[in-house]
Ligand binder design. Structure first.
Ligand SMILES: Cc1cc2nc3c(=O)[nH]c(=O)nc-3n(C[C@H](O)[C@H](O)[C@H](O)COP(=O)(O)OP(=O)(O)OC[C@H]3O[C@@H](n4cnc5c(N)ncnc54)[C@H](O)[C@@H]3O)c2cc1C
Length: 406
């Protein structure tokens, strides 16, 4: 990040006032930040500007627990929010890495989701109201404290996933879910990927309703089991199937899934419960956090083609976690790739395969010096021109996260 000063407002009014002064004065680029857990994602910022940090805005505004909604400021840390909700046996069911640092505003700005996206959705499904400030310092609201069914553009959904390029989110109203009585994970290892593909095909017609269907290669399985501190079979591909509900529902689901998948010839099935499950959900969310890997990518594909892509990336030595039910693959490339040109070559191979699987490959994180040489957003998407037009309309001075604009 080029030299930036930081501004940390204590109130939403102070934030608005400062943004008006900036837009009417120096008009410096503004980089909204929360917990900075994924500030390095995407293209590198070029222009000197101001980091606008939201962590000073962390109040709970309203929590009518019986309505299963909560209104909070955007700078609240995810683990702090979880504690508030736990007191009412409720939750925001989004798997977020580094949740002791990540903020709600950052999770919303990136539309973050993890393994349980399959059964429980993404951030976009839980945001029902937003308060935000546009680049000129004008505050606006969208949605509300109840689920609304109104005509017009759904600005809430537009801001979720907009990476801080359209407005700074200051406050969010969320709909919540009850904490389930039971959460269990089936850790199923296979001696070969063909058997995994057969098992995934069976799951499409399963009577059970898993909340997560993750596929891990041996490298990822080893890293995740180590992170969770649980002794599990990790020398071959693993399917991680998450089930949640009452004790009776999960017992029934575990039994029927085990018998359905038996036909695909798994090597071993381990059912995890209690604390082990909590540790494993945490480790599954943390896997996507780039550590010292040269590059981390994210592919979006047709779910039915996930194993085909996974096989190619595994052959290239990548450590892989696929949210197989949604056709999403997160991969860390091997340390043996030490230059931008070698990384570009591997990405080109993966992108062309992803294209055949109706998808795309984006670079989540890599060495800063590689960014200008790599297609960070992957292949051209037809929606980009309209997104650029929208950005120009909403932020004509291009002040908000100018490097993230499409
Ligand atoms: C493109 C992208 C995709 C990601 N996808 C996933 C995913 O699918 N699953 C997952 O678990 N994690 C994902 N992450 C990581 C996830 O974003 C982080 O785990 C976490 O959400 C970041 O929270 P943070 O407070 O640390 O945000 P930061 O790292 O501080 O900021 C992240 C992004 O959000 C913007 N931002 C932060 N706060 C605000 C605000 N109040 N208003 C407007 N913009 C703001 C920032 O400008 C920045 O672009 C993704 C990150 C990025 C950048």
């Amino acid at each position: 990040m080029p030299a930036t000063e930081e501004f940390l407002p204590a109130t939403q009014t102070e934030l608005c006032r400062w943004m008006v002064e900036n837009a009417e004065g120096a008009a410096l680029p503004i980089y909204p930040v929360g917990g900075r857990t994924s500030i390095g994602y995407g293209p590198a910022p070029a222009a000197r500007g101001i980091s606008l940090c939201t962590t000073g805005l962390a109040r709970v505004i309203d929590y009518p627990a019986r309505d299963m909604t909560i209104t909070v400021e955007a700078g609240i840390r995810i683990d702090e929010l979880a504690k508030v909700l736990e007191s009412q046996r409720q939750r925001l069911p989004i798997d977020v890495p580094q949740l002791h640092r990540a903020t709600l505003g950052g999770v919303a700005a990136t539309n973050a989701s993890g393994s349980r996206r399959f059964g429980l959705g993404t951030m976009r499904d839980y945001v029902i109201g937003v308060s935000a400030v546009d680049a000129s310092g004008k505050p606006f609201k969208a949605g509300g404290r109840v689920v609304k069914n109104v005509a017009g553009y759904d600005l809430c959904k537009m801001l979720v996933g907009s990476l801080g390029t359209l407005a700074v989110v200051t406050q969010l109203t969320l709909k919540l879910r009850p904490v389930p009585e039971r959460s269990e994970i089936l850790w199923i290892s296979f001696d070969q990927l063909d058997r995994v593909d057969a098992a995934l095909a069976r799951l499409v017609t399963s009577a059970a309703r898993p909340v997560a269907i993750d596929l891990l290669d041996a490298r990822a399985a080893a890293a995740i089991a180590a992170e969770a501190g649980i002794d599990l079979p990790v020398t071959c591909p693993v399917l991680c199937i998450g089930i949640e509900g009452t004790a009776r529902e999960t017992a029934w689901q575990a039994e029927s899934l085990t018998s359905e998948i038996a036909a695909s010839g798994p090597s071993e099935t381990v059912v995890l419960r209690g604390d082990d499950v909590t540790k494993l959900w945490f480790a599954l969310a943390e896997f996507q956090v780039p550590s010292d890997d040269p590059l981390t990518f994210r592919a979006n594909l047709l779910p039915s083609r996930t194993v085909e892509f996974f096989r190619e990336a595994e052959r290239a030595g990548c450590a892989l976690q696929a949210h197989a039910g949604n056709g999403i693959v997160v991969g860390h490339i091997p340390d043996s790739i030490t230059s931008a040109s070698a990384a570009d070559e591997l990405l080109a191979r993966l992108r062309s395969l992803a294209r055949k699987c109706r998808g795309n490959v984006t670079v989540v994180q890599c060495d800063e010096s590689w960014k200008s040489a790599l297609p960070m957003r992957g292949e051209y998407e037809p929606g980009w021109p309209l997104m650029r037009q929208l950005k120009r309309q909403v932020d004509p001075q291009n002040l908000l996260n100018p490097h993230q604009a499409f």
